[in-house]
Each structure stands twice: as structure tokens, then as C-alpha cells.
Design a protein around this ligand. Structure first.
Ligand SMILES: *[C@@H]1O[C@H](CO)[C@@H](O)[C@H](O)[C@H]1NC(C)=O
Ligand SMILES: *[C@@H]1O[C@H](CO)[C@@H](O)[C@H](O)[C@H]1NC(C)=O
Ligand SMILES: *[C@@H]1O[C@H](CO)[C@@H](O)[C@H](O)[C@H]1NC(C)=O
Ligand SMILES: *[C@@H]1O[C@H](CO)[C@@H](O)[C@H](O)[C@H]1NC(C)=O
Ligand SMILES: *[C@@H]1O[C@H](CO)[C@@H](O)[C@H](O)[C@H]1NC(C)=O
Length: 549
């Protein structure tokens, strides 16, 4: 009897203590006023597809103004393919350390970022953020447990695979030696059959609605992963509304002209999102990132350009990995180009640091927040690109880059020189800037833009040192031949220095081999394209076919 009474008394005391502790923790958590994060990703946007990189053929006034009033990242490095790049973004780890490297995930493949990995939205959700994904996923769709709403996102509206038709929202791929196609646009776990419109507009409207209805008692983490300017399907024609194509009629080649219209819609989306943040009254408490997932694709059906950089998406040359990147936050230096190395895996610790959170251990990403904010030298000195599927690997170390293995030759030249043609004259750069939404947004927040302050536009132009018209005698690695470039002196990777610095080649090859010991092979090797995923088995949708396997 007495014992029981004492037991209840103690338990009562313990419970009260628990409640008090929970309340203290909760109240303290409430006190931290963390900034919002809006992370915008373009799909396959090339180095030469934004006007702040020097070329006015495709006007991107909203993106440019974001760069001029934020920080442009001169040496932003990605993985050269979207699944690896997005995996590194989400985990803060090199894709090859989690088996997500190489050829992009196809919808019929049973693979995803391993469930043992904690990913970016989970970190932000733990900090009390409202977490939303609008647009592309592409890091695992075969099982429900791989999907965004089971991995830290409160909501997902968008496409799950690598791309989507801009109007029909289907994805086509090879399966069982024929082509199949299925609907791939989802609202959380349900196919979004009711949607109509051009997908870039649909995503912009969805992002705006999330911002408008956001409950400000929580900070916001919003990722907007556009389909643009990726093609709507593998090898499909470029797609944009006719009136936008017409407004780009100064672009000489018809394919590039439609591509320019796709980029125009992407640029307008950035202006619309910024305006929505302003109208909500939260812009000045928001950190904005705008990046591409990897280099542009130049082919007979895709008209991206990384010119004058060498190579494109799917290659370890600069055109594949040195991408468009910028960061915007209140209180940064104006007209500012940060020259340090930053890799896509660095965003996770950098953003966690920016919001004052504890950094995870055991990742490859580095916290660069203060280095970028205060224009300090980057602590990042190495960048790896390793693909055991195609069979190439490269290492950047200081000013040098060593490329080894089996690169795909057709992705490794200088391309895009023939895409720059202009009929008559392009639009006035200054007019485009003045007419953009971002221009008035900057006025309204008391940071009016002065068109004379765009030294960034000149400074971020790549100088091939008069050699940009030569494409012979390029070094391609094969068998025992390794290629060494000084990517600071020779950003266009024209001059092989392997014979000039044999000791450096040996050292870098050793570093690369050491990194390769961390590689987890890209899996699953036995079944790459699984016929059990066929959309006709799921009412013509791409569904999580492997749930019951
Ligand atoms: C940033 O640092 C570099 C190198 O020290 C310098 O050249 C540049 O002017 C600085 N930029 C700004 C905006 O202060
Ligand atoms: C290099 O790539 C080609 C084309 O993909 C392939 O046929 C060949 O087997 C590869 N060689 C090696 C050594 O991986
Ligand atoms: C823009 O900058 C230039 C050069 O610094 C200056 O002469 C001009 O007055 C500025 N314009 C405005 C509207 O501030
Ligand atoms: C614009 O540039 C001028 C000189 O080129 C400088 O005096 C002025 O401070 C700059 N304005 C801003 C907002 O950076
Ligand atoms: C099957 O697809 C059609 C559109 O083709 C859609 O209207 C219908 O709701 C889907 N049925 C189920 C059970 O999801």
C-alpha cells in the first residue's frame, strides 16, 4: 500500500518534470528565429544560357538581378548528371559514396537514395521548418518509402522521374525493347490528373500558393525544382508557349529559339517567386539559392550551351560540372563574384550553418557560409567526379584537374559555338532589366539597382585566352593516357600538361584511387529496367512498383 503510494508519488513527480522539460525545450525552440530557405534548381541549364555570364542572346534579367544583388558563384561545381547531383545536394555526400553515381535513374529501376541517409528536408523539418518540394525528384521512385513525403517533405507537387512532357506530364522510356509512357505528375502520393497548363507556369503558381498560405509561426524551406530547360522527353522537341517563342525571334536557330523561350519562362518564375516573397513580407528573412543541377546538354534535340567551356552534361569536363550558381541573402556585398570552389554537396552544411543549426558529421560537404558571406578564401581544395558505370573519374586539386578513364567522346568536345547566332539585334539588356519583376522588387526593398554596377557581367565571362576557336589536339583520356589541365589558366581544357608535370599526375592519380576505395558500386546490376514497372499495369502511371517485391 505504502510502497504503491510512494511509487505513484515518484511517477507523478517524474511526469511533471518531463512536462516542464518539454515545455522549456519547446519555448526555447520557438525563440530561435531562423531564416527561410528557397532553393530553386534549373534542370540542365548551361553555363552560357544566362545573360549575367556575358551573353545577351537569352535574356535572364530576373536571375541576373538576383546575382547582382546577391553573390554569383564563379566556381560552383556539380556532379555532371542529375541523379548524382541531386543525391549529393540532399545528403551532403559525394554520389559515389552512396551508390547514386553514374547514368541517371530511370523510372523502371528499383533504386533510390538509401533509407539510411538523412536528407536535407529532414534536417530542416527537425528544426521546425515547413518543408515543401515543387517539381522534380529523381532520386528514387520505385518504392513508396523513397518518395519525398516519406523523406522529410510535408508536401510534394511535381514529377518524380528525370523529366516530364511540358503539357501532357508523361514520361517515355525504353522497356522490354520497346517504348512505354506513363503519367508522372503527382500531388503527394496521388497522380495529378486534374492539372492543366505549361509545367513551368504550373510549378510557379504552386510555389507562389505555398508562399502565400505559409504559416509564419514556422520558418519555410521551399525547394522549387523546375523541369526547365530540360527536354520534355528523351530526344523530344523543345517545348514552350508560342508567344514566348515569338518573343525570342532574334535567336537564329529554331531549336535554340524554343530553348530560349523555355529559359525565359524559368527566369520569369524566379521573378514571380521573389515577388511572392516580397508580398508575403518575408523576403528579407529569406535566403535564396539559384543553381543548375549540372551542365547543359547540346545535341540534335537539346539546345543548351556551355560554350566556351569544354564538354557537357554526362562528362567530367568543365561544361558538365562547372555550373550556374548563386546565393542571395540580406546583407551581402553588391555586385559580388565569389571565386572559391563550392561543390553541390556543400549546400547542406552551408545552409544549416546559415540558419544557425548544428552541422552533421561524416559528410563530404563543407560549411562555406562565412567564407561566401565575408569573401574569404574557400577551404575546399578538392573536387571528385567518379562514375564507375561509364568508367571515368576526375579530380580537381588546387588549380589542376586530372581526367582519367573512359569518357564519352561525344559529350567531351567544345559545343555550342553555332548556337549563338542572332537575327537583327537582341533586346536591349538595360530595357529587359528595367522591365523585370526583380527590378521593382529591389526598388521596393530599398535596394534600387544601378545598371552601371554590373562588373560581375564582365568578370564572370570565361576567357579561353584566344584559343576558343581551336578544337584540335584535345586530350581525351584512354587506357593509360591521363589528361591534366590547369583549369585556372586554361578554363577551356585545351592544353594537356600531363607530360609537363609527371609528378603531379602520379600524386593526383594516387588521391583519386584513394577516393575510389570509398565507392559503393552503382546498383542494382542484375535488373536495370524492370518490366514490372510498366505503366499499363498501373493505369498508365509510373507508380512505386517495387513496394510488394
Ligand atoms: C573579394 O575578394 C577578392 C580577392 O581578395 C577581391 O578581388 C574582390 O574585390 C572581393 N570582392 C568584393 C566584392 O569585395
Ligand atoms: C568504354 O565505353 C564504351 C562505350 O560506352 C564501352 O563500349 C567500353 O566497354 C568502355 N571501356 C571500358 C574500359 O570501360
Ligand atoms: C548609378 O551609378 C553611377 C556611377 O556610380 C552614378 O553616377 C549614378 O548617379 C547612379 N545612378 C543612380 C540612379 O543612383
Ligand atoms: C556602383 O558603382 C559605383 C562606382 O562604379 C560605386 O561608387 C557605387 O557605390 C556602386 N553602387 C553600389 C550600390 O554598389
Ligand atoms: C485512371 O486514369 C484516368 C485518366 O486516364 C483517371 O481519370 C482515373 O481516375 C484513373 N483511375 C484510377 C483508379 O486512378
Amino acid at each position: 500500500m505504502c510502497k504503491q503510494f510512494i511509487f505513484h508519488l515518484i511517477m507523478g513527480f517524474v511526469c511533471t518534470l518531463c512536462v516542464v522539460i518539454v515545455l522549456i525545450v519547446y519555448l526555447n525552440a520557438e525563440k530561435v528565429d531562423r531564416p527561410n530557405i528557397v532553393f530553386i534548381i534549373a534542370d540542365d541549364l548551361g553555363w552560357n544560357d544566362v545573360s549575367f555570364h556575358g551573353l545577351d542572346q537569352i535574356p535572364t534579367p530576373n536571375i541576373d538581378l538576383l546575382a547582382y544583388s546577391g553573390v554569383a558563384l564563379d566556381r560552383y561545381y556539380t556532379h555532371c548528371i542529375c541523379t548524382p547531383s541531386r543525391s549529393a545536394l540532399l545528403t551532403g555526400k559525394y554520389a559515389h559514396t552512396i551508390g547514386m553515381q553514374g547514368y541517371p535513374l530511370v523510372n523502371s529501376e528499383d533504386r533510390g537514395i538509401p533509407k539510411t541517409e538523412k536528407i536535407m528536408p529532414q534536417y530542416f523539418k527537425d528544426l521546425g521548418y515547413a518543408t515543401h518540394l515543387v517539381g522534380k525528384w529523381h532520386v528514387g521512385i520505385s518504392r513508396t518509402e523513397f518518395l519525398p513525403t516519406l523523406r522529410g517533405f510535408d508536401s510534394h507537387f511535381g514529377h518524380r522521374g528525370g523529366y516530364i512532357d511540358y503539357y501532357e506530364y508523361t514520361l517515355e522510356e525504353d522497356l522490354d525493347s520497346s517504348k512505354v509512357s506513363g503519367m508522372c505528375l503527382y500531388r503527394n502520393l496521388t497522380p495529378a490528373w486534374d492539372v492543366e497548363g505549361y509545367i513551368t507556369d504550373v510549378y510557379t503558381e504552386t510555389a507562389k500558393a505555398i508562399i502565400e498560405s505559409h504559416d509564419e509561426t514556422k520558418p519555410l524551406y521551399l525547394m522549387v525544382a523546375h523541369n526547365a530547360p530540360h527536354s520534355g522527353n528523351d530526344g523530344a522537341l523543345m517545348q514552350a508557349p508560342p508567344e514566348d517563342v515569338r518573343s525570342m525571334r532574334h535567336v537564329e536557330l529554331p531549336g535554340r529559339r524554343i530553348y530560349a523561350a523555355m529559359v525565359k519562362k524559368l527566369d520569369e518564375s524566379v521573378g514571380d517567386i521573389l515577388e511572392a516573397l516580397l508580398l508575403k513580407g518575408i523576403l528579407e528573412k529569406t535566403i535564396i539559392i539559384f543553381v543548375t543541377d549540372n551542365g547543359g546538354m547540346t545535341s540534335s534535340s537539346s539546345y543548351g550551351s556551355n560554350f566556351p567551356l569544354r564538354g557537357m552534361k554526362m562528362s567530367p569536363f568543365e561544361g558538365g560540372v562547372r555550373g550556374v550558381g548563386l546565393l542571395w541573402a540580406p546583407g551581402l556585398l553588391p555586385d559580388y563574384l565569389w571565386k572559391g570552389y563550392i561543390h553541390v554537396a556543400d549546400w547542406l552544411p552551408t545552409l544549416l550553418s546559415a540558419v544557425g543549426a548544428k552541422l552533421p558529421e561524416g559528410i563530404d560537404g563543407l560549411d562555406l557560409w562565412n567564407h561566401i558571406k565575408l569573401n574569404k578564401t574557400s577551404p575546399r581544395n578538392n573536387i571528385f567526379e567518379i562514375d564507375d558505370y561509364t568508367g571515368y573519374a576526375s579530380i580537381i586539386s588546387g588549380d589542376f584537374k586530372l581526367v582519367t578513364g573512359n569518357v564519352t567522346i561525344k559529350y567531351s568536345h567544345h559545343k555550342g559555338r553555332d548556337l549563338v547566332g542572332v537575327i537583327g539585334t537582341e533586346h536591349s539588356y538595360e530595357d529587359n532589366i528595367r522591365k523585370s519583376k526583380m527590378y521593382s522588387v529591389l526598388e521596393k526593398i530599398g535596394r534600387p539597382f544601378n545598371i552601371t554596377n554590373i562588373s560581375l557581367k564582365t568578370n564572370s565571362k570565361i576567357n579561353c585566352k584566344g584559343k576558343d576557336n581551336e578544337d584540335n589536339d584535345l586530350c581525351y583520356p584512354h587506357n593509360d593516357k591521363l589528361c591534366l589541365f590547369n583549369i585556372k589558366e586554361d578554363p577551356c581544357e585545351k592544353i594537356d600538361l600531363a607530360e609537363v608535370y609527371p609528378d603531379l599526375v602520379i600524386k593526383l592519380e594516387k588521391d583519386l584511387k584513394m577516393e575510389m576505395t570509398r565507392l559503393i558500386p552503382r546498383y542494382p546490376i542484375p535488373v536495370f529496367r524492370d518490366t514490372r514497372s510498366a505503366p499499363r499495369l498501373f493505369n498508365y502511371t509510373w507508380a512505386p512498383f517495387a513496394d510488394s517485391l
